[in-house]
Each structure stands twice: as structure tokens, then as C-alpha cells.
Design a protein around this ligand. Structure first.
Ligand SMILES: NC(=O)C1=CN([C@@H]2O[C@H](COP(=O)(O)OP(=O)(O)OC[C@H]3O[C@@H](n4cnc5c(N)ncnc54)[C@H](OP(=O)(O)O)[C@@H]3O)[C@@H](O)[C@H]2O)[C@@H](O)CC1
Ligand SMILES: [K+]
Length: 517
């Protein structure tokens, strides 16, 4: 399982490797530079055939040090290399200084200026080694250069490779560190290929990270896997054994999910959720309908059962059946039914997914919702819903981050989970899931797992249903949310272009087969 690290994690891993004699800083820097060159040769094999031209941009820290290694190695491969550097040689940290001096034995270092125009020089490659994990404040005075690189890159030349991280990006949050009023494109350099070291960082997966990195390679620089133990946040992944069913199991062994619908004309969202719960493997799924929608829903369901739930009292009596072990409230539920049903549902102490209306109906008084939540509850907001329940936690995500490490979507979800007492799944291409105790997972559909067709009406309802189905099957809360988000994205990827929400549950059988369930 891949774990995403913070800059601090990475510094600790590097320090312990040096203290334990695993490698010196100079060795790590040499390997880092070498891995970048290997990765760009693998990505663009044509680059090695004839002499090519590269501009290497080197910053004042160790990221710049890696850049001087790359410059030397490219030169050795016959490339024509120009180096533009920040800072004076004697002010660089020791390993970076040694590599700059080694380069100075080969060629010159032109002081980096914001007036540098890449377009005039027409290189084949720009190596961005300005800033990596040490960026703490907006890059000053280079906006013109960054814009110029973006314009040239949009025309297909040069290719841009980022060393460790696109400069300007915060490695913990994936957000562009920038002054208010500045556009991300003038505060960071978008790359075609990003080569990071040892393990990916959170910023490669969160927020703007994937769009600035484009393609990500995590290269081995000889740090021990054990050094990473206990560090980082896992990426959600397939768990075929947990998803498999026992051959001897009875339908009641796989739980019974109850999905509450809204009134007549508003039942589609809950039906989508119910279908998701059934396909995720819940033994039984029942839809709880008000009288007004009974016929409408009955006409649309076959394997899913139906029960009448008009108000909180009726819900309480339905829940006397303790075999109903997972509940889903929110999709299409309507404000009045939310107010009547949600308090009864959460007090019943079952695994409970609250989505859509079940979140926004508490906009005026989120504390009233949080008062009854328990560790079996999962809130599944998208950013708009999150902002209504947690406006103060959403605010820093909307403002330009002027210093690093910047507040991340993961920080916000963790704070929301701690405040609400429920697991919070904040939806997006970088879905983050945090439980009240601080445990977290990221279910990212980015890079080779991108699922752009997921951004369509009703897909969130299916996600709520899939998670409810997994809760019914007995999955622990965080695991149900993480596995549900993973399966949901896999279903979207499997179906591909043209996907609509109804397709997602029907794609799950193929996803299970592909995972070896
Ligand atoms: N960890 C590892 O295992 C390995 C790490 N390696 C590499 O080291 C990189 C981390 O190096 P790093 O810590 O020196 O940080 P880096 O990103 O070069 O920047 C720091 C410098 O920039 C400065 N500075 C900051 N913001 C600024 C701004 N806006 N505008 C101007 N200046 C600014 C800051 O100055 P200060 O804040 O101190 O004033 C400092 O001088 C990492 O990304 C990877 O590439 C590899 O060699 C292999 C193993
Ligand atoms: K960089």
C-alpha cells in the first residue's frame, strides 16, 4: 500500500538514513539527480538520440543541488546545457554547494532572473529544480518567467521536468503558495513529468498537485522501506479478500441496509443509493418511503424491498428490527424529512451515512447535527456541502495560501471529523477520508486512475449507497468509506466515457471480477 508523506516525514527519513550510515547527503543527492535523468530518458526516449538542449533552473537549497547533478549528467550524455541559478555558491547548503562547484568546472551558472525568456532560447527541455519540499513562501519576482514557461509548454516545446515537486507547489497540501491576487500559473511551474524520491508526498495527490505534476514517478534513492513505517497517509487500494463473500454465508450475514427516500418526484437519488448498496454486497436493501412516494418507488424496484416511513416515530419502530444494521439518509430526502428522520436515525447507533440534504439541512445549526453523531457515522460532503457545515474550516482552503505548509483538504477533513465525532469523507478527485481519532486515507482518482466522467449528477448518491452497503456487510467505518470511494472510482474508470450515475452500480460486478474478488 502506498503511503503519502509530508515534507517533515521526508526530512526525518533522510536524517535517520544519514545518522544510521545508510547514505550520506551527497550520495542521496547524486542518486536523486541520476533518477531524474533516467526517468526523463524513459519518458522521452528520443531525447537521448541526438544532442539536445536543456535549461536547468536551480534554486538556493537542496532541490537546486539536485538540479546541478542533473545538469552535469545531461552534459555527460551530450546535451547542450544552460544553468540558471539562485543564490551565491558559498550560501548554498553543503551538498548543493559541492554540486554547483562541480558544475562550475564544466560550465557557467547564470544568475536567475525573472526576465529570462525561455521562448527565445527554444530548448527541448526545462529542468525545474528551483524549490522542492523546502518552499515556505510565495516565489517572488519570477512570475514573468513562470508565465513564459507555461505559454511555451502549451505550444508543446519545451518539455518540463520537475525535480521532486513543481516549484511553487506546497508539498503537504498540493496548493500553489501564492500572494492573494496572483494566479496559480504565475506562482508555480506546471510540469510534464515530476520525479519525486522514495515515496510520493501528499501534495502530489491533493488539490492542484496532480494537474501541476502531470505524470508522477516515485524513484528509489536507496532509503530503507522500514524508515517509512508508521509515517504517511495511505492511498485507498483494492482489498479483494475483505470484499469476497464466504460461500456458506446467508443473506442476513451480509447485513440489511435501509435507505430513506424523499417524497413523490424526489426518489431517484435514494433509489440510486439503494442500488449501490445492493451491488456492494449488502444481503438485503430496503427503501424507506413516505406514503406519497410509495407507488412511484414500488414501480421501480425489484430486488430492493420497500417499507413505509412517514415520520420519526415510524422510523423508530422500523429500527426496532435490529437486523437493519446500516442506514443511508440524504440523497433527495428534503429538508423536512431530514429534520424528522436524521435525529432518530443517528440515535439508533447503527452504521449511518449522511449525505446531501442530511448535511445541508443543518447549515443554520451544525452543532445540532454533531450533538448526536457517533463513531459509526460517516458524513460524505462535497466542498460546497462541507463549507455549509464547517465554514471556518473551509475558509482557509478558499483563500490564497501565502505560506507553507498550507492548510490542506486533509487537515480540514481531520478537523471536521474531530469536531463532528463522525468520519468525514470530503469528495473530489482527491477524496480525503478522516476519522475522529485522526486516522485518514486518500482515495484519489488522479494520474493513471483518473475518472473524469464521475463529475455528473447522481454519482454521489451511488457512493453513499456503496458505503452503506459495505457498512451493512460489517466493514469498519473508515474502511467502508475508503473501500467505497475506491470501488466507486474503479467503476467509473471501468465504464469510461459516457458514464451516467445509473451505470456505476451495474459496473461493480466487473470491478469485483477484475480485482479478483
Ligand atoms: N529529503 C531527502 O531525503 C532528499 C532531498 N533532496 C532534495 O532536497 C529538497 C529539499 O531541500 P531543502 O530542504 O533545501 O528545500 P528546497 O526546496 O531546496 O528550498 C529551500 C531553500 O529555498 C529557500 N526558499 C524557500 N522558499 C523560498 C521562496 N519563496 N523564495 C526564495 N527562497 C525560498 C529557503 O530559504 P529560507 O526559507 O531558509 O530562507 C532554502 O534556501 C527536496 O525537495 C529534494 O529535491 C534530494 O537531494 C535527495 C534526498
Ligand atoms: K522543483
Amino acid at each position: 500500500m502506498t503511503h503519502l508523506l509530508t515534507a517533515q516525514d521526508m526530512r526525518e527519513i533522510e536524517r535517520s538514513a544519514m545518522e544510521d550510515g545508510i547514505a550520506t547527503g551527497a550520495e542521496l543527492m547524486e542518486r536523486a539527480g541520476r533518477r531524474v535523468v533516467e526517468a526523463l530518458q524513459a519518458e522521452w526516449p528520443d531525447g537521448g538520440r541526438t544532442a539536445r538542449r536543456a535549461i536547468v533552473l536551480c534554486g538556493p537549497g537542496n532541490n537546486g543541488g539536485d538540479g546541478y547533478v542533473v545538469a552535469r549528467l545531461l552534459h555527460g550524455l551530450g546535451w547542450s546545457v544552460s544553468v540558471h541559478g539562485m543564490g551565491a555558491t558559498e550560501e548554498l547548503p553543503p551538498d548543493a554547494r559541492a554540486n554547483r562547484q562541480a558544475w562550475e568546472g564544466i560550465g557557467s551558472v547564470v544568475p536567475l532572473s525573472g526576465d529570462l525568456r525561455i521562448g527565445q532560447d527554444r530548448p527541448d527541455l526545462v529542468v525545474d529544480a528551483l524549490f522542492g519540499t523546502g518552499l515556505t513562501r510565495p516565489v517572488d519576482g519570477l512570475g514573468g518567467l513562470f508565465r513564459d514557461i507555461a505559454e511555451c509548454r502549451a505550444l508543446g516545446c519545451p518539455r518540463v521536468v520537475a525535480v521532486d515537486l513543481p516549484s511553487g507547489l506546497c508539498s503537504d497540501s498540493g496548493r500553489v503558495i501564492r500572494a492573494e491576487g496572483t494566479e496559480p500559473a504565475e506562482a508555480a511551474i506546471a510540469a510534464d513529468l515530476t520525479v519525486t524520491f522514495h515515496r510520493p508526498k501528499l501534495g502530489h495527490y491533493l488539490s492542484e498537485g496532480p494537474s501541476f505534476c502531470s505524470r508522477l514517478v516515485a524513484a528509489d534513492i536507496g532509503l530503507r522501506p522500514e524508515a517509512t513505517a508508521g509515517k504517511g497517509v495511505p492511498l485507498a487500494a483494492a482489498r479483494a479478500a475483505a470484499l469476497a463473500k464466504n460461500n456458506a454465508s446467508h443473506k442476513y450475514d451480509n447485513g440489511h441496509a435501509l435507505v430513506l427516500t424523499g417524497g413523490s418526484g424526489r426518489t431517484g437519488a435514494a433509489r440510486l443509493a439503494a442500488r449501490g448498496a445492493l451491488r456492494a454486497g449488502a444481503g438485503l436493501v430496503t427503501v424507506g418511503v413516505p406514503a406519497s412516494a410509495q407507488l412511484e418507488v414500488a414501480a421501480q424496484l425489484t430486488a430492493i424491498m420497500l417499507t413505509r416511513v412517514d415520520d420519526g416515530e415510524e422510523l423508530a419502530s422500523v429500527l426496532e428490527d435490529t437486523r437493519l444494521n446500516a442506514l443511508c439518509l440524504g440523497p433527495g430526502l428534503g429538508r423536512d424529512r431530514v429534520r424528522a428522520l436524521v435525529p432518530v436515525a443517528v440515535k439508533a447507533g447503527r452504521g449511518t451515512v449522511l449525505d446531501a440534504d442530511a448535511l445541508t439541512a443543518f447549515e443554520d445549526d451544525p452543532a445540532a447535527l454533531f450533538a448526536d453523531l457517533h463513531e459509526g457515522c460517516i458524513l460524505t460532503p462535497h466542498m460546497g456541502e462541507f463549507s455549509k457545515l464547517f465554514p471556518d474550516l473551509a475558509a482557509p482552503l478558499k483563500a490564497a495560501p501565502e505560506s507553507g505548509p498550507a492548510t490542506s483538504r486533509l487537515d480540514a477533513a481531520r478537523a471536521a471529523a474531530a469536531r463532528s465525532g463522525a468520519t468525514v469523507l470530503l469528495k473530489g478527485p482527491d477524496t480525503v477520508i478522516a476519522s475522529p481519532g485522526g486516522a485518514a486515507t486518500i482515495a484519489a482518482s488522479v494520474y493513471e486512475r483518473a475518472a473524469p466522467w464521475l463529475a455528473t449528477a447522481g454519482t454521489g448518491d451511488v457512493l453513499a449507497g456503496i458505503i452503506t452497503g459495505l457498512l451493512a456487510r460489517g466493514f469498519a467505518t473508515l474502511d467502508a468509506a475508503a473501500s467505497g470511494a475506491f470501488l466507486h472510482a474503479e467503476a467509473a474508470r471501468g465504464f469510461g466515457p459516457g458514464l451516467v450515475a445509473e451505470d456505476l452500480p451495474e459496473e461493480l460486478p466487473r470491478v469485483f471480477r477484475a480485482l479478483g474478488v
